[in-house]
Design a binder for this molecule. Structure first.
Ligand code: MG
Ligand code: FE
Length: 185
């Protein structure tokens, strides 16, 4: 009787952990699509900026971080026996393209872009905060460690944008008020 109870509990525990792993894998795929979207968006922004070299340099630095994050996520997904969802990745790229095109029409695109970047970094912060909890719940210490490492980069980027948004805004306004000087990008 005791042996049967043990086997029942074991079986229930196994299916519980399998369900946890399923959630974790799904959210890792979401994060992977998010990083693909981030890469497309950041590359679009960086390629268009002409008169704001400090912002451009920080975005270029974050593009390299973003590529590393995507690779780290791929490692976690493969370790859990999954593969990144190509459908989500394609949708993410299309959404990023739409945002990039939308941003280009604004006469104050440098300010709108910096604001959008700040918002996007916070979406990433929320995503990795949830992922860390999911990884811990599923007993995946390695994924939790990787997501904590990525989270620190997203927080640093969000902090940098918060600190520099006032400068970018002021520079834009001064350029905009100067005849013959382009301000928007
Ligand atoms: Mg990221
Ligand atoms: Fe980021």
């Amino acid at each position: 009787m005791r042996a049967e109870l043990g086997s029942l509990l074991n079986h229930q525990l196994e299916s519980l952990m399998a369900e946890f792993k399923e959630n974790l894998l799904d959210w890792l795929r979401d994060a992977h699509a998010m990083e693909q979207q981030a890469e497309t968006m950041l590359k679009g922004q960086a390629s268009r900026i002409e008169h704001y070299p400090v912002l451009k340099a920080r975005i270029q630095e974050h593009i390299q971080e973003t590529i590393g994050q995507r690779e780290l996520l791929e490692g976690c997904i493969k370790r859990l026996g999954g593969s990144p969802s190509t459908i989500k990745d394609v949708m993410g790229k299309m959404a990023a393209f739409g945002q990039a095109v939308g941003g280009m029409t604004a006469s104050d695109e440098i300010v709108k872009g910096a604001m959008a970047g700040y918002v996007f970094e916070h979406f990433e912060i929320a995503s990795y905060t949830a992922l860390i909890a999911a990884a811990k719940t599923a007993g995946d210490a390695e994924t939790a460690r990787v997501c904590e490492q990525i989270l620190a980069q997203e927080e640093a980027m969000a902090d940098w944008l918060a600190a520099h948004l006032p400068n970018v805004t002021e520079e834009f306004m001064v350029r905009d008020a100067t005849p013959g000087v382009e301000a928007k990008k």
